[in-house]
Design a protein around this ligand. Structure first.
Ligand code: BEZ
Ligand code: FE
Length: 308
């Protein structure tokens, strides 16, 4: 960093303090804490990097492009937060490890309310291209008790690397929901998760290319598990051996979520006797839910008052 003369240091610091002071009348204490801290960190970044005016203009152009491409089907700001690790950090802060509870990871942009209901052992693939994959597991709470009737929402990309909502037809595929049985068990057919790129045809993609980063996500299946008295879990299952586990573009991989996938030979008998032509795979993933009352992003917070 270049040597900054003391008078220049003083002018810069004085400006920071004036901006912080301008927020002193913020009525909501949490809002005040956030805007003051944001001011200090933002100015520290500007001063540490000695940001040039041309760089400032380029950054404003970049953020403008992020806003322009965002609509009800595409949220480029969340994607930006994802590739900066800010989404994963917020999840980490708000989902402290508790006992042996299953770890949370990013929600991603492809969950859709109102997914098809499938019975236990049903098929969520909805005709999506991909190798059939049998997924089963047990949902329990941190005391070890089975959680009966838990809602298990699952969604995933097909083997072409796309979610149903990324096609222009109105297909519903590779998503569904089911409920655990009296022993907390669940089971369903899906497609074997495969790696795919996050949407990279916008400004976030340009950022990744400019920094030599890959848009690829490690192969995964999304799960959200909801049960009375338990902290809602949003997580993924990652097949072991995937080449992108160490470089997931949104930093979503947790070692505890990486599981072995059995790749069975064609003709091997399936768990439910279903006839499968060609190869299929099998994943077992047990879920442990933290009891409600554990630290979670879902706790009631005062409104920040920024939407008026
Ligand atoms: C996904 O899991 O599909 C995803 C997550 C974050 C950003 C983009 C995609
Ligand atoms: Fe995903």
């Amino acid at each position: 960093m270049p040597e900054i003369p003391p008078e220049q240091e003083a002018r810069e610091s004085e400006l920071v303090e004036r901006v912080v002071a301008s927020f002193a009348g913020t009525p909501e204490p949490r809002t005040r804490e956030l805007v003051e801290s944001l001011t200090r960190h933002l100015h520290a970044f500007l001063r540490e990097t000695r940001l040039t005016e041309a760089e400032w203009r380029e950054a404003i152009g970049f953020l403008t492009a992020v806003g322009e491409i965002t609509d009800e089907r595409r949220q480029e700001f969340i994607l930006l937060s994802d590739v900066l690790g800010a989404s994963m950090q917020t999840i980490t802060i708000n989902n402290e490890a508790h006992a042996n509870a299953t770890e949370a990871t990013v929600f991603g942009p492809f969950f859709v309310e109102g997914s098809p209901h499938v019975g236990l052992g049903g098929d969520i693939s909805g005709g999506a291209p991909g190798e059939p994959c049998w997924v089963e597991g047990r949902v329990s709470d941190t005391s070890g008790a089975p959680v009966a009737g838990a809602l298990v929402e699952v969604w995933e990309a097909d083997s072409d690397g796309r979610y149903d909502v990324q096609y222009d037809d109105d297909r519903v595929a590779a998503r569904g929901h089911l409920h655990t049985d009296a022993d907390g068990r669940y089971r369903f057919w899906a497609v074997t998760p495969t790696p795919y790129p996050i949407p990279d045809d916008g400004p976030v993609g340009r950022l990744l290319r400019a920094t030599g980063r890959s848009p690829m996500r490690a192969a995964h299946l999304h799960l959200m598990v909801v049960a009375d008295g338990c902290r809602t879990l949003v997580t993924h299952v990652f097949p072991r051996g995937d080449a992108h586990l160490d470089a997931d573009s949104v930093f979503g991989v947790r070692d505890s979520l990486v599981v072995d996938v059995e790749h069975d030979l064609p003709g091997t008998e399936t768990p439910d006797g279903r006839e499968v032509v060609g190869p299929w795979s099998r994943i077992t993933f047990d879920v442990v839910l933290a009891l409600e009352g554990r630290p979670s992003g879902e706790t009631q917070q005062p409104e920040l008052g920024l939407d008026q």
